[in-house]
Structure formats: structure tokens, C-alpha cells
Design a protein around this ligand. Sequence first.
Ligand SMILES: O=c1ccn([C@@H]2O[C@H](COP(=O)(O)OP(=O)(O)O[C@H]3O[C@H](CO)[C@@H](O)[C@H](O)[C@H]3O)[C@@H](O)[C@H]2O)c(=O)[nH]1
Ligand SMILES: [Mn+2]
Length: 542
Amino acid sequence: MAESSSSLPPLCEKISYKNYFLRTVDLTILGLLFSLLLHRVLLMKQRDNVWAVAFLCESFFTFVWLIITCIKWNPAEYKPYPDRLDERVQDLPSVDMFLTTADPVREPPILVVNTVLSLLGVDYPANKLACYVSDDGCSPLTYFSLKEASKFAKIWVPFCKKYNVRVRAPFRYFLNRPTVTESSEFSKDWDMMKREYEKLCRKVEDATGDSHWLDADDDFEAFSNTKPNDHSNIVKVVWENKGGVGDEKEVPHFVYISREKRPKYFHNYKAGAMNVLVRVSGLMTNAPYMLNVDCDMYVNEADVVRQAMCIFLQNSILNSNNCAFVQYPQDFYDSNADELAVLQSYLGRGIAGIQGSLCAGSGCFLSRRVMYGISLDDLEDDGSLSSVATRNYLAEKNLAREFGNSKEMVTSVVNALQRKPNPQHSSLTDSLEAAEEVGHCHYENQTSWGKTIGWLYGSTTEDVHTSLGIHSRGWTSSFISPDPPAFLGAMPSGGPEAMLQQRRWAAGMLEILFSKRSQSPSSCIVYCLPIVYSTTLPYFPR
Ligand SMILES: O=c1ccn([C@@H]2O[C@H](COP(=O)(O)OP(=O)(O)O[C@H]3O[C@H](CO)[C@@H](O)[C@H](O)[C@H]3O)[C@@H](O)[C@H]2O)c(=O)[nH]1
Ligand SMILES: [Mn+2]
């Protein structure tokens, strides 16, 4: 249980879900399985093919059962208390929210728009938030839709805050009509918002079929003669929160990025896009925390950022800045994904009870310093860099070698490592030139990006790969699973997709087994067990 160093109640607590009845059942089943194996061994005399198959199957079954029992032995989860946040923390940290999209056909812009609106509307000071969208499809339609979304956000976000709306993705919110007892002012506002949202949908839809708007607006010039896999870097500040007055100050910064792509370069899929987002956001807002969200997921609970901050900040109040990331489970609204839910509650809670959860990608808040490769040994008790680490990390020559040749990037890394904000620019657009430089496809050549810094490359499961790197540097992680779920996504469709996911987990397992990064054998086992388990789960009778 988390204890507070002061007399104030803690921001979060570790809740244990130990269940002695279930433990007894598991042990009994294990005992039965072992006696079955013993029985088989005693029958060894009649060794034949049938005996061999039966023995193999039962051994495997016992092995899997043992793994399951190990994982669920000590399940735990963190419970945040966001209501206590304002009382305990005067100045909330900034958060950069990253969203990736890759294909305007498979991931229709209205889907991305909803994800963005749910992010822009979260319950957190708007001047502490920035939303960065990476578009690997280099689609003017996506950019157009995002621009329209930012206009709509100026009425949508204040509406959500005024009426304390929980689900801030409009397509979900407008599925249900408000009850008749609601005040007439609310009903009027609700109808107006619904009309505006329908207008937005229509605009996006109309733009899909017709591209005359492309030529009419200079803002789209950057997209002319581009192909998704062959174009230069495009960075656009869609909306900048300049404080200001009225509703406009409620909408966070909003930036669109389509990183440079060339046919000859390998772009490392989502991991490559995430690393560009880390760099561009480092130059613009350099928030100490970042959020990773896929474009087909939306925020289902307006409090997500505050909940995650409870975990990070409770750790720093206790002078143990050791939390690298906070993972929310992924839930799906268009599928009866029981398997995934079971898997996540075992994986998430089980491993959280052992040494911290796995990073599952979407729905994960991460600390920027951790992504910059800092090890827990490099920090003093108060979270500042130790003098040895300061000498090693902050030498300009080392930084340029690791983080690339952009001077602005190096300065932003120094600031992030020392937990200082970037010097105040008069506008986000002042960083555009530097931002374009760090998005070039050759920027990462000869640097540590993808090797020890940021999302790690060379893996189909870059998120598991990343968390392995993080844990081997001593960091822990947390798993929070609020009810109702905090992030919801669309299932990619069953069948072949689900099979592909299975193969990814299997690939992840092999990679972890043979990875040089897994320094301690125990952490290797802790990671392998659930993955072996998760690959076998669908075939396992429940
Ligand atoms: O070249 C690419 C490919 C994908 N994406 C984006 O990456 C996200 C995830 O890709 P998807 O193919 O939808 O993977 P999923 O299997 O649905 O996602 C799971 O697997 C990913 C990689 O292992 C994790 O990062 C995710 O969080 C996890 O939900 C999507 O937003 C894509 O738009 C890119 O930006 N660029
Ligand atoms: Mn997906």
C-alpha cells in the first residue's frame, strides 16, 4: 500500500486482489494434474504412441496451468484518487498526447476526429495539454478533417466541461438522447451540439468524394504531388492555445505531423512515427509525460490524465520517482472481446503484483525522461540527475551523437532530463523549422533512436520491446483499470487479424527469450510466462 510521507491521504493505493479460495482451488487442480502425470509415469511400461501423446499433452497442460497459477497468484492494481489531486499538487505537469494514423481508408478520418476530440476534451488544464497527430498516410483529407475538428472543439470542449460529460467522443455521446428531466438549457445546448457534430460529419464526408477544396486553400499546398510513401516532412500547427479569453482557452495545442517518407527508407511503422512525435513535441512543448493512443481508440473517461498523474505524482511525493509508465487496459466497443479482457486482467493485474505491468501500447502514459534512456541508477532520491549521470548524459557531444544533430533537439533533451520546461517561445510556429528537421527520414541515422532511446525498432511488438528495455533499467510501472474502462477501441475484426495478433505475441516471446536486453533471468521469466500463457489462451479450455 502506498504510504504518504505527509499526513495527507495518498494519491493512489496499491490494491491487492489476493483470493485464498481461488488459490486453494488452483493448488488442488495443480495437485490433481501432478497426480495424473505421476499416474502416467507409473504406466510407463505400456509405452506406445498413445501413451506418448497423452503424456505430452498432459505435461503441456500442466505447464500452462502452472504458468497461469504463477501469474494470478498475487494480482494487484493501483487505485488513483483524482479528487485529491488539486489539494496536493499546485502545478500539474504538462502532458503531450500522441495519436498515430496511417491510412485514411482503413482508418476513416471521422474516426480519427473522434479520437482527437475525446483527447482535446479531457478534464485537465488545457494549457498543460498538447495533442500531436502523426499521419503516415500523408492525407490532405485527414488534415482537412482535423482542421474542422479543431473548429468544432471550440464549442465541444466547453460543452463537455460545462455539463461534465463523461464520454467526450461525440459519436458515442450522441448515441443516447438525454433524459427528459434534464434542464431545458441543457436540452437546447445538446440539440445545438448534435447539429454541429452532424455538420462536421457531413463536411468530412463531402470532402472525401470531392477534392476541389484542395486547390482552393494554400494551406494544402504541402500535400500536392505527395504519395504516402514518398513526400517531404509536413508539420502544421492546427491550433495553438494562447490562453486568451472565453471558450478558446479551453482547447489544448493541436499539431499535425506527416514525417518524411522515401521509398528507399524503412520507416519502422508505428514505432518510427512515435519517435518523430517524441522529437517534434520535445521541440514544441517538451512535456514531462506523454500519452500513446491509436487512432481507433477513444477516451471513455474524462479523468484519465488526472488518474495517471495520481500514480506518477504519488511516486514523486514519496521521493521514489521510479514509475516509468501507467498502462490502462484496452477495451473494445464493437466486439465481445472476452478473451482479451481475461488476458488483460491476468496479464495486467498479475504482473502488476509481481513487478509492474507490461506496456500494451495504446492507452499508456509514459515519462519522457525514461524514454530518453535514463536508468533509475542515474537519479538521486529527489528525482534529479546524479552528478555522474549529469557528466555522462549532458555532455553536448554525447547528446548530439545519441539524439541527432539538431541543436534545438539537444537543448530540449537537456531541459527534459533536468525537468525544466523549454524557454518560452512566443508561438509554437517558432519551432516549425527545427521540427521539420527532426522529422526527416535520415535524421535518426547513426543515432540511438530506436536502439536505446524512444520506441525500440526491429520488432513486431515494439511496445512489449519498449517496456522490456524500460524495466531492465530498473523502472517499475503501474496498471490501472477503472470501471467503466478508460479507453475504448474498435476491434480490427476477428479472424485473420486475431491470428496475426497471436503471431505477434509469439514473436515477442521469442524476442524476449533471446534479447540481450533482459539482464536478469528473473525478469526474463516474469515476461515470458504471461506471453507463453497469452499465446495459448484461446486454445485453453475455460
Ligand atoms: O506504419 C504505421 C503502422 C501503424 N500505425 C498506427 O499504429 C497504430 C496501431 O497499429 P495497428 O496496425 O492498428 O495495430 P493493432 O494491432 O491494432 O495495435 C496493437 O499493436 C500495436 C503494435 O504492437 C500497439 O502499438 C497498439 O497499441 C496495440 O493496440 C494505429 O493507430 C496505426 O494508425 C502508424 O502510425 N504507422
Ligand atoms: Mn488497431
